[in-house]
Design a binder for this molecule. Sequence first.
Ligand code: MN
Length: 751
Amino acid sequence: MISPVTSAVPAQTTAAANAAAASFAALVSAIDYLPDADIESIRKAYRFADQAHLGQLRKNGDPYITHPIAVAIQCAEWKLDAQALMAALMHDAMEDCGITKAELVELFGSPVAELVDGLTKLEKLEFDTREQNQAESFRKMLLAMARDVRVILIKLADRTHNMRTMGDMPRSKWERISRETLEIYAPIAHRLGLNITFRELQDLAFKHIYPWRSAVLGKAVHRSRSRRKDLLSKVKNDVQNALAEQRLSPRVHGREKTLYSIYKKMDDKHLTFAQVTDMYGFRIIFENMFECYTAMGVLHQLYKPLPGKFKDYIALPKVNGYQSIHTTLIGPFGTNVEFQLRTTSMDVVAESGVAAHWLYKAAEPGSDAAQRLGSQWLQSLLDIQHETKDAAEFWDHVKIDLFPDAIYVFTPKSKILSMPRGATVVDFAYAIHSNIGNRTVSANINGEQVPLSTEIKNGDVIEVITCSTPKPNPAWLSFVRTGRARSKIRHFLKSMAHDESLALGEKMLTQALRLEGIADMPPADTVAHGLWEKLLRFTGNRNVDELLADIGMGKRIASMVAKKLAALLSEQGVKADVVLISQARYSPQKGAISQGVVTLDGGEGGSVQFARCCHPIPGDKIVGYLGRGEGLVVHTDDCQIGKKLLYKDRERFLEVEWSEEPVRSFEVALQVTVTDGKGVLARVASTLASAGADITHVNMSDERAGHATDLRFAISVQDLGHLSDVLRALERTPSVLRAQRSRQSKDRAHL
Ligand code: MN
């Protein structure tokens, strides 16, 4: 037995094909403003989309392709170009049919593929209209994300068609989609000056959020209109006659407020329907601007103008380019009637807004349409469009006009953040939370790893990767743009430096105390309270932490503090341990005044610096110099600069030694003499890499001896043993004549 489904297929397919063909025919007749070649491209896009959506149905049972065609027809009404129409036809193909961007680039070129991709991304955005700010951000975001204004126009066409066919959707979805339309899409349409679409979206949304209110209001308006029919036709006649006396014969259209705007007025101002008085109006379209002003004079003679209702948007256009003269007159029987007076070109801008510039583009060359497009704003956009010929750049200018200083970016969870223009990834991380900022180690933008200094752009999805321990890099201060990030980084670095100095100071004081025969630092709290108070009076510090940090930073000498502390302890009857003293004072290092040995493992942070003249590494004999306010600076014991300091400032030296297990690698300077030749640097670099030494800096000497060149590297190594392995590997590398560690400070100057 043949199943009903199988037998239904051929019939359905034929019907579907017919429906699709019929709606495509409607599109073809709407795009007669385009050249034949463009129409052929659009046909190709249609066939592609039709194939992609084959078998899919709209909720009402129509073949799916009727929807993209309807969207394209709307775009054709705005006279958009062929690329936009092709994108409109394929706008759902990527999302619903698994078509890739690469395929679209291949078949239709990159601009069309970018448009479709932009639309697909917008489709994926989700948001919550319950949060007003979020809605506002989203609106801006939406505008910003579409780097090409055509994306927004196609999106508005898409939304308009979906709203028109909302009746086919389950009722449970009406409210959410309608609110989104009301809060996001209608305002964008308004902002772009697409007034017909703006009004249509508002009324459709209103109808689906409040079906009953909308129906009641609609009936009331209808009744009122037929009641006022005679009155309005009398007004229209009077006006036309009065204008004719001045040889003016404009087009006069009746106009009504939208149901939604009447409803909103009643709701906002608590009015009854009868109290809404500006429901009726006329739009009068003239040849030129002078006629508009002449007509205004005529109208004000004919009926009394309502005070405070006159607005000259011709002299002072609205920001979206809208121009018109508005006036409300008190008509027969005291009925208020609103008039809008404008020229044909102003009317085009008023109804189609930004899209009007495509209208202009499509106009005959040599027509004076350009001159007649009144608004300065739109005109300046047209100029930009002419100069740049680049939709993306054009839209950047539009955006700057709409939203001057802010960009809008996403977290991976689609939360929207507004950032100042020029902000970097690090600014973004701190904007989320200082705890995120401090722990940032790397970042992805739109799924690709980027340097932390990367400037973020509108619409970027930014993922910040953090580590468990906070460690902001002082170098970030050179590129962050926001005050918040700057101050948070500074604050953290300051407290980190303080903590490190404090730890070092404690270590140094403990060791200095051993030299005085005191095994442990007395606890800084309860028991020895009086003791520390006396010591702090002596040093002038506010508290023990500050004293220890001062010692760590070299502002105070540990041995002097230890001596004072030992003296105070002996006043309290604590005796020095003689054995401890002799152990502690035994030192093979006669140069430095013995304060006990400070052990270093490289994890000391900012409170210990390894001198850049001699680059000490574990295994080197080292000395520590307690610089004034700069903490402990470690030199190799044969360093010339270190020796000079020792001669001048002996009491600031203290004994240091390497820990058995350093926690990181250390930088060391190398001089590698090579023969000239192609690829030598690469060979040396690969030798270093395979020896496990990271290059942190490289420089090539200008001095040449014969055919040899000196390469200077800074590399990081574990210790002296690692360094000798590296040097041996280098010596074995072809083209390398000699490799050695460089110690003189002048080497550093070259690096
Ligand atoms: Mn769609």
